[in-house]
Design a protein around this ligand. Sequence first.
Ligand SMILES: C[S@@+](CC[C@H](N)C(=O)[O-])C[C@H]1O[C@@H](n2cnc3c(N)ncnc32)[C@H](O)[C@@H]1O
Length: 232
Amino acid sequence: MGRPCFYVSCYIFVLREQKDLTYHKDSGFDRVAWFYDWLAGGVFGKSIKKAQTRFLDHLTPGSRVLIIGGGTGWILDELPDQNLFVFYLEASPLMIAKARARKPVAASNTVVFQLGNEEVLSKENPFDFVFTPFFLDVFEKRRFSHLFFILDDALKPGGKWLWTDFVFPENQPFNQLLLNGMYVFFRILCGIKARNLPPVGPFFRSSGYQQMAQDFFFKNFISSKVFLKKSE
Ligand SMILES: C[S@@+](CC[C@H](N)C(=O)[O-])C[C@H]1O[C@@H](n2cnc3c(N)ncnc32)[C@H](O)[C@@H]1O
């Protein structure tokens, strides 16, 4: 009697939590904010950080940089000290609180923290760089497509999009299992809707982006790329 009761209680708890998450849909990562970095490091080791920092040398002094979905903000400590203007847009209040609590390492950079999602972005005052670190994989195809064009509008012609994410693990049963497991985990805990990686490549290609650089990590399961937006 005890065990079924326990499972039923857990089920009801998860259902109630998911209802809450639908209401505050983009703040679902609040539930994992306190252990997210620890978990990511535990599963992927240094690959997560290596991948996200791989192409930061493309940033140019004095440029305007949008970081969306940056999580706890450790990436801010890795930015070059180059008088950058960084707009740090995060939907999870707990993630952004952690990012805000960091002591700035690069003294000349200015960081503006903004709680919210892509809807706060506009075409006015576009950025020189857009950075999406393990961010686009969170969205199912329809939302991803909407989001892609909002971010495209937020990037200047001739600007660069720094993209880091998982790539579909062809012929790698273990990584396929890991990917499916991650989607189940984040669907239950954070309320994400995606079940699979979005079709990023075709979107960049059909929007006229040119891939300038790429690198792979964790046996090609993680990739970082730099896409150049065409100049007008
Ligand atoms: C998979 S986590 C990646 C965190 C971080 N980039 C890292 O790799 O450590 C995705 C992040 O995107 C944030 N997020 C989800 N939807 C968002 C949205 N629509 N706008 C801004 N941030 C969002 C989540 O709160 C979470 O911090």
